[in-house]
Design a binder for this molecule. Structure first.
Ligand SMILES: Nc1ncnc2c1ncn2[C@@H]1O[C@H](COP(=O)(O)OP(=O)(O)O)[C@@H](O)[C@H]1O
Ligand SMILES: [Mg+2]
Length: 307
């Protein structure tokens, strides 16, 4: 059963269509990677799930979490979902942490916000447990330290500790390793994989980098200009990437085996150029449909003049 189920999600800012008719699901304990270049609509999708977009955004469609439509949930109930059942970690650990509050206290605040009635001792125990779960050395000794006393990778671990302290069922990670150097990034990805296993977490892992996504995602969804272009298991995306844009993300060279039923010359023409979808109000049919190329592997046809 789907834990998170987006159905026909569209997000507009005035005349800008940031996300168009996006349907996606994340099953319990599953990790879905959402990949696409900057501006493709990844972050607004994540923010829409938690209803954190401002008034300027017009959101339509269903956002089901565990059978409830979050889009229709009253704000007080939604607040219980945010942070408690769905936690989010952002890109910038330094801006997400309060520089003048000890890190242990910051994690404790997150715990107290969602689990009322815990004693001081119980809160502290949960904080230390979360700090240990993210492999922060000397958790007890460092409880009272401030963010600047930690390295960038450790600060990211602190944010992850805050996110998992309430044992959420879904973790949304938006470019959460992008600011880190490659070695630290690999350690954080490894940590996320461990936490998933240990706590049975589902993950929506967002990145512009398909190589990073492929390290943590069971399934990959490729977004461009707010449109889902391809979705498949991680293995299928690498073995048989179908959309030219997915191949360009992989840095792959088009080959004769591409199963798009198109003349090779046309594929070459489309492979690395910007495929512009002309989607005006007056021409909704200009969006080519998704088709299931092999079981569980969906791809949007390459639009005219290439399709
Ligand atoms: N608050 C906003 N007001 C207007 N446009 C926005 C706003 N937030 C995002 N957008 C637009 O929505 C599109 C998708 O943005 P975003 O989800 O941040 O992309 P990504 O995370 O994939 O880089 C972009 O064209 C962006 O300019
Ligand atoms: Mg973003």
């Amino acid at each position: 059963m789907a834990l998170l189920n987006l159905q026909d999600l569209s997000i507009r800012f005035g005349s800008t269509e940031a996300v168009r008719n996006l349907s996606l699901r994340v099953d319990a304990r599953e990790s879905l990677g959402l990949v696409g270049e900057s501006g493709s609509g990844k972050s607004v999708t994540a923010l829409a799930v938690l209803r954190l977009l401002g008034e300027s955004a017009a959101v339509t469609g269903r956002i089901e979490f565990d059978g409830r439509d979050l889009a229709a949930l009253p704000e007080p109930e939604l607040r219980r979902v945010r942070g408690r059942e769905i936690a989010m970690i952002f890109q910038e650990p330094m801006t997400a942490l309060n520089p003048v509050m000890p890190v242990g206290e910051q994690i404790a605040e997150a715990v107290r916000l969602h689990q009322r009635g815990l004693s001081r001792r119980q809160v502290r125990e949960q904080v230390l447990e979360a700090m240990r779960a993210v492999a922060l050395p000397d958790a007890a000794a460092r409880y009272a330290d401030y963010p600047h006393q930690f390295s960038g990778g450790q600060r990211q671990r602190i944010l992850i500790a805050m996110a998992i302290a309430n044992r959420p069922r879904l973790l949304i990670a938006d470019e959460s390793t992008t600011a880190l150097d490659v070695t630290v990034q690999a350690q954080i990805l490894e940590l996320l994989a461990q936490l998933r296993e240990r706590f049975g977490l589902a993950m929506l892992f967002i990145s512009h980098d398909l190589a990073v996504v492929s390290q943590v995602a069971d399934r990959v969804a490729v977004l461009r200009h707010g449109l889902l272009l391809e979705e498949a298991s991680r293995a299928a995306i690498f073995r048989n990437p179908l959309h030219p844009y997915t191949r360009s993300l992989l840095g792959a060279v088009p080959t004769m085996q591409m199963d798009l039923e198109k003349p090779l010359a046309m594929l070459k023409a489309s492979a690395f150029t910007t495929v512009q979808f002309h989607i005006g109000e007056d021409s909704p049919r200009a969006i080519p449909p998704l088709r299931e190329a092999e079981p569980g592997h969906w791809v949007r046809s390459v639009p005219e003049p290439f399709g």
